[in-house]
Ligand binder design. Structure first.
Ligand code: NOJ
Length: 702
């Protein structure tokens, strides 16, 4: 990086004002005018351009036609795969498997880079408690600890070195900041939170991603406590640059610099450009306000040249650091051996299995047993849908690459069972005659596997919902099968957010949360249903009973009336499934919680251990979770906070010890002045299978 920066400094010295401004300009549409601008050295970056040939043509204009030959930085939303689509990020988070997250990101980067893309607008690290918000699908869920680990894994994966030793693609932690806190789950809406919430729950995954080397940060659409994020000096200068020392680039979200006009924060495009640059947004995504106005702004306010120079220096540094000056072009044949490579598809299938959370399993239902499940009915609008299986943000994924549940069952289970299929209903509406056909089919079969949930366009950007139930037309299919046949029903959920499925929980015989599982989703789900893969996923979000409970999350604060139940007249208080929950085909018992001491100094450490035993009859993986509570503080603390977890694979009857070490990092908090401190007093620690259960012990910090 240092060498890249030195070279950037040299280049900056010989640049004209117009050339400098060019480096801060990014466009996301490609037309004759923009081609001319590229050839004139007035564009630094593009997104939404695809194919090595096309990208090479643009690079050629930048490298050969312009005075300085500065290559373009080509970006794209490579969110959960490029052509090989992996499970959506929320699903990946449900695996709690950091190695898988890193590997998936690495593969996504390799495929994208093989077509000339060297920058991804991922990972989205917005922690959120808002299940109505469509973009909950793109993040790692509600928890800051798990979210920070996921951020690190994904940044490392994307930026893993390529054959020449450069980062394969530059990662971008987004959306800085507070985007997951939108009011009412309405995308782009206002966020307003205390600085404590900002620092405790929202910022840590950004910092973790940056410390892992993330080369860029994207600013958010929303305002944060009165100031739009894309012109927010406090966030972008005070925290990001001064406090954290971030040296990479910041890019706005799509036209978000210009949009501060509509927030009522800038008078016009010129004012918006000035405020974006003042806050330290280095690159303007698509709005063109920097291109149009930076020159005249600097003419009027020469002091702002310094800010522009800093921005350009960072953009050039990243281009050197990615090796773009050495290798601006992409081998046009490279993608042929990398896109959908067998290793990529295999990993996608494994990752789909690892992301599955088994929510319910009545005795004798799963895994499938072909001595009794000879005739299998596959039912539901998502059992054979090549599009929705990929989930949101999968624009380079192709339907023909996707293996649905039906595809996988038909191809792989034919020798063991007879497979039948009926759609039953559409995702959002009834299908004429579908319900009756589905019931008739279920009646004739030994088991019904009903794949239901959300379509791709019910989750992701701007796809928010006020009611997060299973659409009525789909639930009806399950209800009718349950009430009119004796066939056991396995519900396979494919969705991008927690769903309020109380009725399904009470009535289905088994529930398999598969999320939107990606290209190899069908095979991944098959492996779980047959038991080839023993499910090991754990929820990264709380599932409510009813939408009206949202926001509902495990690390809440205690009220002054903690024992007063009945918050609602019309709904139980507790969640449907707690954060961290997930079943297996085997069972695990927790015992022997022990602490190596009963009290520690504020800068000391304490070891916590527990024994986990596989008490069932199959080998399986448990995720032992450690939570703490600081019982009394100078400011109140959450009733539980995840501070560690271990995954362990145990044979039947086998037991193993898990160890955790708690230090100031885990035990500290922000005091009244928002200063980090470890306060003396009593702490409770739990080690258990999820956030609502665990062995418990206390210790003191003295
Ligand atoms: C808007 C989205 O908010 C952002 O996440 C994405 O990277 C950009 N559009 C570019 O597509």
């Amino acid at each position: 990086m240092e060498q890249a920066r030195k070279r950037a400094e040299e280049l900056l010295k010989i640049m004209t004002l117009e050339e400098k401004i060019g480096q801060t300009v990014q466009y996301g549409r490609y037309d004759d005018r923009r081609v001319e601008l590229i050839a004139a050295g007035r564009v630094g970056s593009m997104l939404n351009v695809y194919g090595a040939e096309r990208i090479n043509e643009l690079q050629k204009l930048a490298v050969e036609k312009t005075r300085l030959g500065i290559p373009l930085l080509i970006g794209d939303d490579v969110i959960h795969g490029y052509r090989t689509i992996f499970p959506i990020p929320l699903a990946e988070a449900a695996s709690w498997n950091l190695e898988a997250m890193e590997n998936n990101a690495r593969i996504a980067a390799v495929e994208a880079a093989s077509e000339g893309i060297r920058w991804t607008f991922a990972p989205m690290v917005d922690v959120t408690r808002e299940a109505r918000w469509g973009r909950i699908a793109e993040g790692a869920g509600e928890d800051v600890y798990l979210g920070s680990l996921a951020a690190v894994a994904r940044v490392k994966g994307f930026q893993q070195a390529n054959a020449e030793g450069y980062p394969t693609v530059a990662a971008c932690v987004k959306h800085f900041a507070g985007y997951g806190w939108v009011e009412g789950g309405r995308d782009y809406d206002t966020t307003d939170m205390s600085e404590r919430t900002l620092r405790e729950h929202i910022l840590p995954p950004f910092l973790a991603g940056i410390q892992a080397g993330a080369m860029s940060v994207m600013t958010a659409f929303n305002e944060v406590s009165g100031v739009p994020a894309s012109s927010n000096v406090f966030l972008l200068r005070d925290i990001l640059r001064n406090e954290w020392g971030f040296e990479g680039i910041t890019v706005s979200d799509w036209e978000s610099i210009e949009e501060v006009i509509y927030h009522g924060y800038a008078e016009d495009r010129r004012d918006a450009a000035m405020k974006g640059m003042r806050a330290g947004v280095d690159m303007d995504m698509h709005s063109g306000v920097y291109q149009e106005h930076l020159a005249s702004i600097i003419e009027e306010r020469p002091d702002m040249l310094k800010l522009l120079d800093e921005a350009v220096l960072r953009v050039l540094t990243i281009k050197y650091a990615l090796g773009l000056f050495e290798n601006p072009y992409t081998d046009v044949h490279q993608h042929e051996k990398l896109i959908l490579a067998p290793e990529h598809l295999q990993q996608a299938r494994l990752s789909a299995s690892q992301s599955v959370v088994l929510l319910k399993n009545n005795p004798g239902i799963l895994p499938l047993d072909f001595t009794k499940h000879r005739k299998i009915a596959l039912i539901g609008p998502l059992a054979d849908d090549h599009h929705h299986t990929m989930g949101c943000w999968s624009h380079k994924g192709r339907e023909e690459d996707v293996q649905t549940v039906r595809d996988a069952f038909t191809a792989e289970l034919a020798p063991h069972a007879e497979i039948f299929y009926e759609k039953g209903s559409e995702v959002k509406e009834e299908l004429e005659g579908g319900l009756e056909r589905a019931v008739a089919l279920a009646e004739q079969c030994d088991i019904a596997i009903v794949a239901v949930g959300e379509s791709e366009d019910m989750t992701g950007e701007h796809y928010n919902r006020t009611v997060i139930n299973l659409p009525e037309c789909q639930e009806r299919v399950i209800r009718e099968i349950k009430s009119r046949t004796n066939t056991p029903v396995v519900v396979v959920l494919m969705n991008g957010r927690p769903l309020a499925i109380e009725w399904v929980q009470e009535n289905a015989d088994a529930i398999v949360e598969a999320w939107h599982p990606g290209t190899m989703g069908g095979g991944g789900i098959l492996d779980v249903l047959t038991g080839a893969y023993n499910p090991s996923g754990r929820l990264p979000v709380t599932f409510p009973r009813a939408t009206g409970q949202v926001p509902i999350y495990y690390n809440r604060k205690s009220t002054g009336r903690p024992n007063l139940y009945e918050d609602y007249l019309d709904c139980d208080d507790n969640e449907l499934y707690p954060f961290g929950f997930g079943l297996s085909y085997t069972t695990f018992a927790y015992s022997d919680l022990s602490l190596d001491r009963t009290s520690i100094q504020a800068d000391g450490e304490i070891k916590v251990s527990a024994r986990i035993t596989n008490t069932g009859t199959r080998a399986g993986e448990e995720t032992a979770q450690l939570y703490i509570r600081d019982m009394v503080g100078s400011t109140t603390r959450p009733v539980k906070e995840l501070k560690g977890y271990r995954k362990l694979f145990l044979q039947p009857g086998e037991s193993a010890e898990v160890d955790f070490t708690l230090t100031a990092t885990e035990l500290g908090m922000l005091d009244e002045k928002l200063e980090f401190t470890v306060e003396p007093g009593k702490f409770t620690v739990w080690v258990g299978p999820h956030s609502a259960e665990g062995l418990q012990a206390d210790f003191l910090v003295v």
